[in-house]
Design a protein around this ligand. Structure first.
Ligand SMILES: [Zn+2]
Length: 627
């Protein structure tokens, strides 16, 4: 990383003279202790054992280094790790000797720096370590928390800066490395990593027998290193795509994701050839806090998208799109997160349009905008900005819908101003130019200017780039998402605004999931119990097997002060933050709701991931007053 004049101004160094050596802090990502400009990890060899009895991962990681500054030490990120020993060698194959190391004082967000002074000639450092129960990247599930209920399950979630709680490494998306993994597990469980597996099930010669090896020959950032261990089965969707899931749900997952190859073809048409060999989806137990995590070659996904009718597969399109936006072209810091998520959300809708038609993509865009507006209204001004300032904060704080939906709207505005043909050519050029690189917002805007804006000043005048990227809220001339399929839905929803329920059953035959979601959102905010009961009797929402529909129905209830057993059952079963957070936020607006929220949280928290637990604790700590 070299510093430009512009970086120097940003870092306040211009007075000191840009030629002089900047201080260490000014050369690192604010969310990492590593100084890759001095010593950078280019390859990692992980060799670990997964111990379910002690709920611990332990073993070694060997880092191969590029040393730009011969006097500088290696600095790694750690949080809540037990570091047992550090060794160094001339290279990863040479003999290792014990090395000195020191641990920095712990920071609540960043953890502790592990500093290893390097003598001359050293290019490999091995750390012997073990994880602690506090590791936020790891969720250890009891058999009762899995679909099969017989064997335990472990999965990791490294994004944003949790990788450092299970591996000591340079935990910044600015550093890309290749890796190899060797993982030992109980013999009847299967280990999967975000990499190419060296085993093939069903082939006795390659049976792993409790020891699995993986290789990732393409350089990726630390937040994409992932591991899952459980009782799992695999089904092919096409020769290069497939699904992993617990045996009891693998058939359901196979049917739900049968369009994966078509999505892949649509994505390649838009962004160029798929760069990562295979694409598989691993369906996790319901406590997974996210919809999906785009771990390369192996998307981790929530089972709440198994609706039985492919209505929620936009999530698979989203995670697959990350194979380009995010995994191939990566945000260099968490300030630039919108580059990952805005591009991916835009890209996801283009894929849906290609596979399922324009109207499907439009419905998703309208619903996405509704969710953005709903969340934006609750956010402080500074968090309504794409290029958000996260200095001194946990980067997970930036994970609102703003980088996703506002980012996608921005790209849609560009598409509309310049025309699809020209914008698509720009997208192709963007992915080709920055593949396997981590880039900042400034690099994006410079490329945008030279490749798109300068080519047509009249079109460029329609999109205020600085306003979109640096200012809060949505520009007044933002594209409006509309779709025809929602018009009849709104007409039926209006019928329920009267005091009494409609006498005849409205014509809703053939409505799809998106229309039902829109219907529930379009209902009047205040609905008395009589009308809620009539609604449920007519449409059976409380029995819906579709998690989105059930969630919207529960929101209607909670908003009207009803905290039903169904609500508790849902919140205890599902740990996905997208559902859990809004339900708790709505509950605590009333004193009796706050009481119920606390009771339900006590029952549910044992099954939640650490990220979901802390999100709910935050809500219970400072309940917002009823608006
Ligand atoms: Zn995403």
């Amino acid at each position: 990383m070299t510093m430009t004049r512009r970086d120097c101004i940003a870092a306040g160094l211009i007075l000191a003279g840009c030629g002089s050596k900047p201080k260490m802090d000014e050369r690192r990502d604010v969310h990492s202790f590593a100084v890759p400009a001095q010593v950078r990890v280019k390859h990692m060899d992980l060799d670990v054992e997964v111990d379910f009895e002690r709920k611990q991962i332990r073993g070694t990681v060997t880092h191969t280094l590029v040393r730009t500054d011969r006097d500088a030490p290696l600095v790694l990120d750690t949080r809540d790790l037990k570091i047992e020993k550090v060794e160094a060698a001339e290279n990863a194959q040479a003999a290792f000797n014990q090395a000195q190391f020191s641990m920095g004082s712990p920071d609540a967000i960043l953890g502790s720096a592990l500093t290893v002074p390097l003598s001359s000639g050293v290019t490999a450092v091995r750390v012997h370590y073990a994880t602690s129960p506090a590791a936020t990247a790891l969720q250890w599930l009891e058999p009762s928390q899995t679909a099969g209920r017989k064997r335990p399950f472990l999965y990791t979630q490294s994004q944003a800066i949790h990788a450092r709680t299970w591996i000591p490494l340079q935990d910044t998306p600015a550093v890309r490395m290749t890796y190899r993994g060797r993982v030992r597990t109980p013999k009847d469980l299967i280990a999967l990593m975000s990499a190419r597996a060296d085993f093939r099930l069903g082939n006795p010669k390659e049976e792993p027998n409790g020891e699995y090896t993986f290789r990732m020959p393409q350089a990726i950032p630390s937040y994409l290193v992932a591991l899952a261990v459980g009782q799992l089965e695999f089904r092919y969707i096409s020769s290069r795509t497939g699904v992993w899931a617990e045996p009891s749900i693998v058939k359901l997952a196979e049917a739900e994701f049968e369009d994966m190859e078509r999505m892949m073809v649509a994505a390649e048409k838009l962004a160029g050839p798929y760069a990562w060999n295979r694409y598989d989806v691993l369906v996790l137990p319901p406590s997974f806090p996210f919809g999906g995590m785009e771990n390369p070659l192996m998307t981790f996904a929530t089972p709440t998208i198994l609706a039985g009718d492919k209505s929620l597969v936009s999530l698979v399109a989203h995670e697959m799109a990350h194979s380009w936006s995010g995994n191939l072209v990566t945000n260099a810091t968490w300030r630039d997160f919108w580059l990952n998520e805005g591009f991916t959300t835009y890209f996801e809708r283009r894929m849906l349009e290609e596979v399922y038609g324009t109207e499907r993509a439009r419905m998703e865009a309208v619903l996405g905008r509704q969710e953005l507006d709903r969340e934006m209204a609750t956010l402080p001004t500074a968090e309504r900005v794409l290029h958000i300032d996260l200095k001194g904060r946990d980067p997970d704080d930036g994970s609102t819908l703003v980088p996703y939906e506002k980012g996608a709207l921005f790209l849609t505005a560009l598409e509309q101003a310049f025309g699809r043909e020209k914008f698509d050519a720009f997208l192709q050029a963007y992915f080709a130019k920055f593949r396997f690189q981590s880039i900042t917002t400034e690099q994006f805007t410079a490329f945008l200017k030279s490749r798109l804006l300068d080519s047509d000043t009249a079109a460029a005048a329609k999109v205020d780039i600085a306003e979109w990227i640096e200012k809060p809220g949505i520009p007044a001339n933002a594209p409006q998402a509309t779709c025809e399929s929602f018009q009849p839905v709104e007409a039926v929803a209006r019928q329920w605004t009267e005091r009494e329920a409609p006498e005849t059953k409205p014509a809703t035959g053939g409505w799809n999931t998106h229309q039902w979601i829109h219907f529930l959102r379009a209902l009047p905010k205040e609905l008395d119990r009589k009308r809620r009961t009539a609604l449920d009797r007519t449409f059976g929402f409380s029995k819906s097997g579709n998690s989105e529909v059930l969630f919207e129905w529960l929101i209607v209830h909670v908003r009207n002060g009803e905290f039903s057993p169904k609500l508790e059952e849902f919140l205890v079963r599902v740990g996905r933050r997208k559902y859990v957070k809004p339900l708790f936020e709505e509950m605590v607006k009333r004193p009796e709701g706050l009481k119920r929220a606390k009771e339900i949280f006590e029952k549910a928290r044992g099954g939640y991931h650490a990220l979901t637990v802390s999100a709910v604790e935050e809500i219970l700590k400072k309940p917002p007053s009823r608006a």
